[in-house]
Write a protein that binds this ligand. Sequence first.
Ligand SMILES: Nc1ncnc2c1ncn2[C@@H]1O[C@H](COP(=O)(O)OP(=O)(O)OP(=O)(O)O)[C@@H](O)[C@H]1O
Ligand SMILES: [Mg+2]
Length: 395
Amino acid sequence: MAAVSMPVAERRGAAEAVARRVSAPWTAASAAPTVSLDESQVDTGAERGDAVGTVAFEGVGKVYRSAAGEVTALEGIDLAIPAGRIFGIIGRSGAGKSSLLRTINRLEQPTAGRVLVDGQDIALLDTEGLVALRRRIGMIFQHFNLLSAKSVRDNVGLPLLVAGVPRPRIRERVDEVLDLVGLSDKHRTFPSRLSGGQKQRVGIARALVHHPEILLCDEATSALDPETTISILSLLRDINRKLGLTIVLITHEMSVIREICDDVLVLESGRIAETGPVWKVFGDPRHEATRALLSPLTRDLPEDIADRLRASPFPGSETILELRYTGVDGDPDLGQLSTALGSRVRLISAAIDRIDGHAQGRLVLGVHLPPNKAKQASCASGGHLKVLGHVAGDD
Ligand SMILES: Nc1ncnc2c1ncn2[C@@H]1O[C@H](COP(=O)(O)OP(=O)(O)OP(=O)(O)O)[C@@H](O)[C@H]1O
Ligand SMILES: [Mg+2]
């Protein structure tokens, strides 16, 4: 049975992981030493209560040392990524995102702390163990990293060939993964004849050939146009659901995080600025770095209002209010608010979205208010309301 067709529930949990590994005979003895063992002999992490596809960072630090000096890329990272989640990493350029991601498959060695995959300290793995780890962790890249002289089929099958898998099994598995990524008709095509989106699909197929439990994506959609980005994201979401694998992805596109991630980590100068469910972090960003990253998503005030905005009220002025939907503590009660404001409310702009069932965004309202009313209304809104300023009234 191929793991590609296994539902999420089956793949989660250590016992199922055994079944999956044992049922993938071509992951060769060298790739997965557990293959020839019976279930009672396999360390699945079940006794430790670990699920397959978890990553934990404990006090992880990374200092790059070169002739030019030292660069501290990561410091004091304590974080757990649960199995089966889509976990996004964001941060300014140079914040340490790639360094952190690359510690998961030991492409980078931390200079402090530990990285645990399925509860196992990966620094302790010997060469064979490291090879096996890297087969459990697929990776895709911004520029696809395909071999131009090889066909789609050969690009995808290469990791299996290197692992010594018999050719008929390679063909079978390549067919499966190409089918999964929607490229069944492109076996013989060479990368130069593929679109960017198709190349990334090949990259994804190649990353899946070893039935990984974790997929790492470093800016996987950054080289793609918006439409292709959406199709690749929905493929990743599909793969996450169908195969139950954990996806850790770096992106500079906040919309990517909003679209498919369950959780997000914001890195700032190598440290954790904040982390949590996307709806919470995006709805109520606590750190300046998060707010700066999100600013393209939070629409500014309309120009005609912004130009005329004054800090203090003046005779006949209209108060401009911002009503925030953070997804935390429920949605603001518009009826109660309108009663508290006690006068005609004008809607100036609105940008409300829903993430994971939580309303996020803001309304900008104009209202003629006696000075003390704004405060009352703010209380009535449960702190969701803020006075932005005052403009000359329209009437
Ligand atoms: N091999 C290396 N040698 C020395 N310094 C490095 C090395 N790799 C990364 N750095 C430095 O470590 C810091 C973090 O780099 P990293 O590539 O992890 O950032 P990033 O958040 O992925 O940035 P970007 O968004 O630009 O890809 C940066 O200051 C970078 O210059
Ligand atoms: Mg990077």
